[in-house]
Design a binder for this molecule. Sequence first.
Ligand SMILES: Cc1ncc(COP(=O)(O)O)c(C=O)c1O
Length: 309
Amino acid sequence: MARNKSLSKRDSYIWFDGRFMKSEAAHVNVLTHSLQYGTGIFEGIRSFSYNNRTSIFRLREHAERFINTAKICNMKFGLNRSQIEKAIIDTVRKNGSSEFYIRPFAFYNDSHIGLSVEGKKVSTIIAAVPFGAYFAGKEKGLRCGISSWRRINPAILPTEAKLSGNYANSLLASMEAKASGYDEAILLSQEGFVAEGAAENIFLVQNGKLVTPSKEADILMGITRDTVIKLAETMAITVEEREVHREELYTSDEAFFTGTAAGIAPITHIDGRKLGNGNAGAITSSLAANYAKAVHGELEMFKNWCTFV
Ligand SMILES: Cc1ncc(COP(=O)(O)O)c(C=O)c1O
């Protein structure tokens, strides 16, 4: 199939339990357990095209997190890491090896009313959809507000899992932020420390250092977060992973979100207060430039992050 062919929604292919089918044929019953109860698990991965090559970014780490989510949720979907990786690579190829947001999703494909999943079939699908900017039109900087919704915590739901039901928390926060005129929400942990965005990790820049909430704030341990920490090391930028107080959001020089979908997205205003001079800062911009090189396989040191397909 031709490389970099742009796809209309109609002719994309879904990998469904080992077979490819046209997306419009990939249906489930409306009573499907995971639709009714939010019991699906998923990943979000990106492929990037550059110089006539397409690569999947940090495929191994995403496949590992998918498996870990399944373990946490005690969902048995019967694929090992290399099978998942191969299925993802095949899906990207089948759809024309282009810039995609890739969505592996495993779910209880059973349409009974009732919570029990004993003996119920687990299905896995993989979609690869063309994807533009996540915060389209906001590339110069986001205006964020602290949410009245607190980030879920592991006593309630497994925060390290990409479990569909967790995202009701993200959605409520994000909807509230937008209704208040912000671009995105920042959630605090149950204890009142800064946790993360609705579906992004957060970094602050203070006197040339990076500061980011640690695992104790019940964050999702983002793969882009890890990428930024590793890139910062090579740029001689110190990174502090620690508890972050709300006030620090107002006094930092710069701030940005990280995420597979969001990339590195500058934050210029929080709760109506301007950070620095109100523009994306120098450290955010240099990290974003290096991140762009990394995802395109241009950083020799981190070439192993890219799986070329
Ligand atoms: C709740 C949440 N936090 C953070 C992130 C960022 O994680 P990653 O960089 O692995 O995409 C995501 C996106 O997956 C998310 O859903």
